[in-house]
Design a protein around this ligand. Structure first.
Ligand SMILES: Nc1ncnc2c1ncn2[C@@H]1O[C@H](COP(=O)(O)OP(=O)(O)OP(=O)(O)O)[C@@H](O)[C@H]1O
Ligand SMILES: [Mg+2]
Length: 420
């Protein structure tokens, strides 16, 4: 098979690595890719938001399967264009990707099927939104409806923060994504990520993880795209999986079919688990970054079989086989991230690290300059290790982090502590 992966982060490096483990993979192209991905696949410069460009490229290169990594091309309808051109795709249509691209849409689906989630209200003007938070009080959560690169959610611990968030959102801080907002109940509990594969008809659970959003140790500092993760997430027990499938995921997928927009791809359910009760925080229509780095190291070659079965509507005949292992990923980011940071510093020591199916440094944002690997983003490396226990994976990962010589970078030191 010839395979094209769209994206350029640690998630896509991990997907590329897993696909490459499978003997069915002949040629692998990643667009646009990064310096780490270039070590195992051909990289191609493409406008991945332009469906026609991607379709023409995939057809020319005899691509048998396109795997779409990030949400932006999905929300832009790239999967629809590819399918219209007769290509096989892993990833939902534009209409189905609304489960991530519109928080109002997801709340309406939850309401239609009775899926447990935070109570909520929607607003298109600041005056009524302000009155609502003044009536409800803090803590309270203010969310822009549309895609805002992980920045459109304010968990306000006091009234002033909530009021500022409302001003910012209607003041245009998130552009059109904030033209409508949601204000919802603050949910207590433990958060975890649950991944489900769906081929439009059949859905199968494919893994669990927990991630670390704050920049600093002990969950302090600003929110980021994710500073680390581990899989499995012990809080998502088999009983919780049953309940989430029955109460949240399957009703959602049935409702999508009923509306004529079946969901195909990975559905990422962000859950809050309090008092043994799972509630939906959000859906994403793609794999999580950095959760995928941990998931892929555990799944290996079967990731390709599962994504292919999803794209071909054969999920009723497959399942994910998990070993009794644990994987953990530590993100190394440029100092300053998630605020302003510098690009272009050199990273040394990567060549001293051996890589195998137990430990890999996935690249999140790198490029090459002459023979050096240089930082080219906020999140730069995802050091990912597997172990028979989480502790083993944790220790191995931090040994690798400490071998990497990159004074301009930083990482959290406590990834995995919650479960250890
Ligand atoms: N109702 C809530 N109660 C408590 N915390 C919440 C609530 N809603 C969101 N959060 C917190 O805010 C984070 C971001 O919210 P959400 O997942 O809806 O936004 P997002 O921008 O789509 O995130 P992502 O970038 O992960 O897709 C959640 O991971 C959770 O920690
Ligand atoms: Mg989201």
């Amino acid at each position: 098979m010839n395979i094209l992966i769209l994206g350029s982060g640690g998630r896509e490096h991990a997907l590329a690595w897993a696909v490459k483990q499978n003997p069915k993979c002949d040629r692998l192209i990643v667009a646009p890719g990064n310096a780490g991905i270039a070590g195992l696949a051909d990289c191609a410069i493409l406008d991945i938001l332009d469906g026609d460009t991607v379709a023409a490229f995939a057809t020319e290169n005899a691509i048998d399967l396109v795997i779409i990594g990030p949400e932006a091309p999905l929300a832009a309808g790239v999967a629809d264009r590819l399918r219209a051109a007769g290509l096989k795709v892993f990833g939902p249509s534009q209409a189905a990707a609304r489960l991530e691209a519109s928080k109002v849409f997801t709340k309406e689906i939850c309401a239609a099927v009775g899926a447990p989630t935070a109570t909520w209200a929607r607003f298109t003007d600041a005056v009524t939104a302000r009155a609502y938070v003044e009536e409800k009080g803090a803590p309270i959560v203010v969310k822009a409806d549309g895609l805002a690169a992980g920045k459109g959610v304010i968990v306000a611990m006091n009234l002033a923060e909530a009021l500022t968030a409302i001003e910012d959102m209607f003041g245009g801080a998130f552009g059109a994504a904030g033209a409508e907002i949601i204000i919802e109940e603050f949910m207590e509990g433990e958060e975890a990520s649950f991944f489900v594969l769906c081929d439009g008809q059949t859905a199968i659970p494919m893994g669990t993880a927990q991630d670390y959003k704050r920049a600093g140790d002990g969950d302090t500092g600003p929110n980021t795209g994710g500073m680390g993760a581990y899989s499995p997430a012990p809080v998502i027990t088999p009983e919780i999986i049953d309940r989430v499938m029955k109460e949240i995921v399957l009703p959602t997928l049935t409702e999508m079919v009923r509306r004529g927009t079946p969901y195909q791809g990975v559905l990422f359910a962000g859950l809050m688990i309090g008092d043994g009760q799972p509630r939906l925080v959000e859906y994403n229509c793609r794999f999580g970054d950095p959760e995928t780095q941990a998931l892929m190291l555990r799944l290996g070659a079967q990731a390709l079989d599962l994504m292919q079965a999803t794209a071909e509507g054969r999920l009723d005949r497959v399942s994910a086989h998990w070993a009794d292992d644990h994987a953990l990923t530590v993100v190394m980011a440029a100092k300053g991230y998630p605020g302003p940071y510098a690009k272009g510093s050199e990273i040394h020591g990567l060549d001293l690290l051996s890589e195998d199916s137990w430990q890999i440094v996935f690249h999140s944002g790198t490029t090459s300059r002459e023979s050096a690997t240089v930082a080219d983003g906020g999140r730069v490396l995802s050091v990912t290790c597997r172990g028979r226990t989480l502790r083993e994976a944790h220790e191995r990962a931090y040994q690798m982090v400490d071998t990497i010589d990159w004074p301009e970078g930083f990482s959290r030191r406590d990834i995995g502590w919650r479960a250890l």
